[in-house]
Design a protein around this ligand. Structure first.
Ligand code: F6P
Length: 502
């Protein structure tokens, strides 16, 4: 099959023109040999073996269909829950009237980063209908600042946690609830608490929340993939049903492309195949993603979580074998500022990096000339990376400017860029909810396919879980002043803390 050099789908154009024939051929060969499990994403097939579950995030897009009875039931449940949530949100916004709402949004990782990324991007297009105060960290200053900026009488606390066990989220919820209780009274404060979770039992147990204050997702939807389900409520609050429906429509169209196209010619398939080829065949350790426009300023954290939490594994999906090469480390930032941070490394570091660029063809503001200049920067970087400029061209140029041949030869070596550094250019036709939905679904599918290529399970994150467990144990030791059972390194650190923390 000839290698597609460009793919147009769901309002996006992907250019694969800045890759060598060898990389493309390797990607195509590995993709052709990979059983295409795309359809399993909409069936009861257990794709997440280490947690013994299917992976059902595609079913949480509006309009998605299941392949069998259990998956169709899941799609029906998720979409009904979306409607219940959208109705609830409309009522809250209407009741708030001109005063508006303060939303204290408590969530970590996938229960915050994709919503924050989209909230930032969509805010450029549409003024949010409510003020959102984002709190992810266990940093007392952050929760204090969020609460200081909110008015209790118009505040709602959203506890966004799939497991309802994430320590920092629960801690912040306790603080926020106390603050709200002080402001409007304990009973009223409890009525202003909402849980978005796949663990309704725990929400009930921990905060006594009634069913109408709980919006449910499913355990089969991984944390990094959950924004389309109840976990995305804040987007409905801020931008309304129409915008969020457009977001789903973009993702759904990308799903249709992914589900109906062979991996070798699908946009997510080819991106994954190339990324895998650069890691496995060429040994490149780093992937860079540059996104052009401040609308994308919160995207890097989300993309890093999606790719690295999914692909940072070294055990095969069946748990039986070690995997020696898995996903790349991801560095990411917003162009043009990021060009002044790590791009030097892309151009001239001894080890090449592969690069992805996201840019929007149509401006979302009135400064067309500046927008063209922004895009020229994105293209200029891609060109410099791919075509470079050798020492002899530099030497000729510098001598033409009057430099002596010896000085020009020396200077030319510092300036020379080797080229041959690959990138995929991803154009969004416009900045819109639809195109953002398509972009996020593209990255989701690309991540999943890449996981399959390495032979790992992209849906679990056991490494993160271990750190969480240890944190609880260490905190207990700190409080009880008893380091028994801790590692010697941690016990030594606690000695320091005991004398320096208060
Ligand atoms: O939604 P929860 O269960 O609070 O988890 C938050 C995040 O923690 C992780 O489990 C690990 O960081 C992510 O996958 C998840 O998005």
């Amino acid at each position: 099959m000839p290698t597609p050099k460009t793919i147009d789908t769901a309002g996006l154009r992907l250019e694969f023109t800045r890759h060598g024939e060898q990389a493309l051929a390797t990607a195509l060969k590995t993709l052709a040999a990979l059983p295409n499990k795309a359809q399993d994403l909409v069936s009861k097939t257990v794709l997440n073996g280490s947690e013994n579950r299917p992976a059902w995030h595609v079913l949480s897009r509006l309009g998605a269909k299941g392949f069998d009875a259990p998956s169709q039931a899941a799609a029906d449940f998720l979409q009904a829950e979306f409607t219940r949530m959208a109705d609830w949100v409309d009522q809250r916004v209407e009741q708030a009237g001109a005063e508006g709402l303060d939303i204290i949004h408590l969530g970590a990782g996938g229960s915050e980063t994709p919503m924050l990324a989209l909230h930032t991007a969509l805010s450029v297009l549409q003024t949010p209908r409510c003020r959102v105060h984002w709190v992810a960290n266990l940093d007392g200053a952050t929760i204090d600042a969020a609460l200081a900026a909110a008015k209790p009488e118009r505040s709602w606390i959203i506890i966004n946690s799939k497991s309802f066990r994430t320590q920092e989220v629960m801690r912040n919820a306790d603080i926020a609830l106390r603050w709200l209780g002080d402001g409007i009274g304990t009973d009223k404060a409890r009525q202003r608490l909402v849980a978005l979770t796949a663990n309704a039992e725990l929400a009930l147990q921990r905060f006594g929340l009634p069913a109408n204050q709980i919006f449910r997702s499913l355990p089969e939807i991984g944390g990094r993939f959950s924004l389309w389900s109840a976990h995305g409520m804040v987007l409905l609050l801020a931008f309304g049903r129409e915008t969020v429906t457009q977001l789903h429509a973009g993702a759904h169209d990308m799903d249709q492309h992914f589900l109906s196209t062979p991996l070798e010619s699908s946009a997510p398939g080819l991106m994954a195949g190339l990324s895998h080829a650069y890691r496995v065949r060429f040994g490149l350790p780093l992937l860079s993603i540059g996104l052009y426009g401040d609308a994308f300023s919160r995207m890097p954290l989300y993309l890093q979580q999606l790719l690295m939490e999914s692909l940072g594994k070294s055990t095969s999906a069946d748990g039986m074998q070690p995997v020696h090469v898995s996903g790349p480390a991801v560095i990411s930032g917003v162009g043009t500022p990021v060009q002044h941070t790590y791009f030097q490394l892309l151009h001239q570091a001894a080890v090449p990096v592969f690069h992805e660029i996201v840019a929007v063809a149509h401006p979302w503001h009135r400064h067309l000339r500046e927008h063209m200049a922004l895009l020229a920067n994105a293209l200029g970087q891609a060109d410099a990376l791919w075509n470079g400029k050798d020492a002899s061209s530099w030497q000729t140029e510098l001598m033409a400017q009057g430099m002596s041949p010896e000085a020009a030869a020396r200077a030319a070596h510092h300036r020379a860029c080797p080229g041959g550094r690959p990138s995929t250019f991803i154009w969004m036709e416009r900045l819109s909810a639809y195109h953002l939905g398509a972009l996020l679904a593209l990255y989701e599918h690309r991540t999943v396919v890449e996981g399959w290529l390495y032979g790992i399970n992209p849906f679990d994150q056991w490494g993160v879980e271990l750190g969480k467990t240890l944190a609880t144990k260490i905190e207990n030791a700190l409080l009880s002043q008893n380091a028994q059972g801790l590692s010697p390194e941690t016990a030594a650190s606690l000695d320091y803390l005991r004398t320096h923390s208060n």
